[in-house]
Design a protein around this ligand. Structure first.
Ligand SMILES: Cc1cc2nc3c(=O)[nH]c(=O)nc-3n(C[C@H](O)[C@H](O)[C@H](O)COP(=O)(O)O)c2cc1C
Length: 308
């Protein structure tokens, strides 16, 4: 039996529900020799800002027993270079959805980046990173303050000519509150989760192991928390969810779909295995076929909590 892997995600037709996550797949085009871009649902670009950014000082990445910590500092080439140098080559892969991750330090930065992207061809959607410090509000991240989040989503939705996905921070007390805030402000979808704020200490020098002191934890360590957050959000909002956090196998992807995600993203796993996204996309197809799941879309939200 063959299983239909196509899913519709806020109006976008995806050939597979498995995509690559922001910050772990460059601008997509760098992976064309490694991954069959026509075999994956798509990818989310590294976060792009108005101006190019150099990022934080090293050390900025370390491995942990079940994942990694990073404080790259949103290094990127800027929206202009992204449009001119990275986007054109991606037109060779029309079925690979290009989702552009956007960030800024104030609402007007996000709006200006989206305004420039609106004029560029070949983009399926925008994913706004709401985990950045909002400089207009004393550094509190957009994604941890409902008023800031509302302001950001309302302003970016007003200008976006493509579906607007909001990537939520997991560093909050209540994911349902933040998910509902996005829906009310007009978001077309949400992605969760981003990395968890963490700290690792070199006990010999008594210094932080990452120059930025704190860093974002990702990888298998966060998966059960991310799955719980997707499940909580899916019970609260009607807009579709992109689930991610620690996915390294097709089975992990199935968990996120059952919890309520319509599609998933693979991040840290691409560091250990650059072909992870394609492997997991194929693996999901085989898993569905073996389990007589006719359509991958049928898995979404099918978690059964009635039996003990
Ligand atoms: C090195 C690195 C860079 C990242 N850069 C971004 C980014 O620019 N924008 C963003 O929204 N998320 C970024 N993320 C977060 C990932 O997209 C993802 O949300 C997180 O790592 C959890 O998924 P994972 O456990 O599969 O990696 C980055 C993650 C890593 C490891």
């Amino acid at each position: 039996m063959k299983s239909d892997q196509r899913v519709t995600f806020c109006g976008i037709e995806l050939v597979s529900p498995v995509l690559a996550a922001s910050g772990t797949f460059g601008y997509g085009i760098e992976f064309e020799e490694i991954v069959s871009l026509d075999k994956i649902g798509g990818f989310v670009s590294k976060g792009v800002s108005l101006e190019p950014m150099a990022g934080n000082q090293a050390p900025r990445i370390i491995e942990t027993p079940a994942g990694m910590m990073n404080a790259i500092g949103l290094q990127n080439i800027g929206v202009k270079a992204f449009i001119e140098k990275k986007l054109p080559g991606l037109s060779r892969y029309p079925t690979c959805a290009v989702i552009v991750n956007v960030f800024g330090y104030q609402v007007s930065d996000y709006v200006e980046v989206i305004r420039q992207l609106n004029d560029a061809p070949g983009i399926a959607a925008y994913e706004i990173n709401a985990s950045c410090p909002n400089t207009n509000h004393g550094g509190m991240t957009f994604g941890t303050d409902p008023a800031s989040l509302d302001e950001l989503v309302t302003a970016t939705k007003a200008i976006a000519t493509r579906p607007l996905i909001v990537k939520l921070s997991p560093n909050v007390t209540s994911i349902p509150t933040m998910a509902a805030c996005c829906q009310t402000a007009g978001a077309d979808a949400i992605s969760l989760v981003n990395t968890f704020v963490s700290l690792a200490i070199d006990i010999e020098t008594r210094r932080p192991r990452i120059a930025n002191v704190t860093a974002g934890l990702s990888g298998p360590a966060i998966k059960p928390i991310a799955v719980r957050m997707v499940w909580e959000a899916a019970k609260t909002v009607k807009i579709p969810i992109l689930g991610l956090g620690g996915i390294t196998s097709a089975e992990d992807a199935v968990e996120f779909l059952l919890a309520g995600a319509t599609a998933v993203q693979v991040g840290t796993a691409s560091y250990a295995d650059p072909r992870a996204v394609e492997r997991i996309a194929r693996g999901l197809e085989h898993w569905c076929a073996r389990h007589h799941v006719e359509r991958a879309a049928d898995l979404t939200g099918k978690l059964d909590t009635t039996r003990g």
